[in-house]
Design a protein around this ligand. Structure first.
Ligand code: DON
Length: 304
């Protein structure tokens, strides 16, 4: 028998079909070429059951949704204290690509903005492979399948990545970058170009909801403390300068990406992922935010 949850997700897609405001990101030329009408939603319970609707097999780049997972990996590799020494945990209240450095310490305000995410990438231990290979393997363990880089997206962003390079050199000059600026930005940009579906993302988010244990394989991928820390940072900083609206309206830790994806995590219960490429002025998917708001309301996901 068809699950009522699937019927609900189909309805969610059809009832948000009228939303056509916003534009796909264009500062990365390859993203501007995305089909703006693609749309998908997926849920994964902490038991590992995935429900998906819409263009659920469509692959798109993970972009900033890679940041919380890379942050968790850096904490596991370096310990929380070392990571906290280099990267703050305060919301910046600014856009994702701002140079939000604490004037006293020179630290990036948090790991969800680009400056903090570049510093995070440089902290991931390479363990005999490139950092990006390590991150991709980690995404593979989280999602239960092989995750690859969308090379067209990666080269497009590398060719236009001056701002991120600028951020990296500034971090380096204030002693907040553990690696070489050029290499850290290349690695970070390739990390952002990992190609995923909403079902992959829902499973990745459900691993966080499940305290770091992948619900299907039962493998512990992150310790409980790193997971708790990262979910707290996602709750306060994941939606950038829209974080307050998000927490009051949707009420769960979340992270968006400029390709149009958003993940949400309801601890102990469910991981959610939505996709639609048209973005608002904060760089968050317009239809994705609406779908998340409805999911929160209809399924009672709000933490409060
Ligand atoms: O560094 C960048 O600008 C992109 N690779 C990621 C930005 C992003 O996804 C912002 N999120 N909404």
């Amino acid at each position: 028998m068809r699950s009522p949850i699937l019927d609900y997700l189909d309805t969610l897609i059809s009832e948000t079909d009228h939303i056509s405001s916003g534009e796909p990101a264009d500062y990365i030329p390859e993203l501007a070429a995305a089909d703006p009408d693609k749309v998908a939603v997926a849920l994964c319970t902490v038991n590992g059951t995935v429900y998906a609707s819409g263009d659920a097999d469509h692959q798109f780049s993970i972009q900033s949704m890679s940041k919380p997972f890379a942050y968790a990996l850096a904490i596991e590799d370096q310990g929380l204290e070392r990571v906290r020494d280099l990267i703050g945990v305060e919301p910046s209240g600014e856009a994702f690509n701002e140079l939000s450095l604490d004037p006293e310490t020179g630290k990036p305000r948090n790991p969800m903005i680009n400056a903090g995410a570049i510093a995070t990438h440089a902290l991931i231990a390479s363990e005999g492979q490139s950092r990006v290979e390590r991150v991709l393997k980690f995404f593979g363990s989280l999602s239960g399948r092989t995750i690859e880089i969308d090379e067209a997206v990666a080269s497009s962003e590398l060719a236009t990545g001056d701002r991120n390079l600028g951020l990296a050199y500034l971090l380096h000059s204030s002693g907040q970058l553990a690696g070489d600026p050029q290499e850290s930005v290349t690695g970070y940009i390739r990390q952002c170009a990992a190609s995923v579906t909403v079902s992959d993302l829902a499973l990745m988010a459900a691993t966080l909801a499940n305290g770091g244990v992948q619900p299907r394989t039962g493998e512990r991928l992150l310790c409980r403390e790193s997971t708790r820390h990262l979910l707290s940072v996602m709750a306060s900083c994941g939606m950038y300068d829209a974080a307050g609206d998000w927490l009051t309206g949707v009420g769960i830790p979340a992270k968006s990406g400029v390709a149009g994806g958003i993940i949400g995590v309801l601890p102990g219960q469910v991981g959610v992922a939505v996709f639609s490429p048209r973005l608002d002025g904060h760089g968050n998917s317009v239809r994705g935010v609406e779908m998340m708001q409805r999911l929160s309301e209809d399924l009672g996901l709000h933490l409060m």
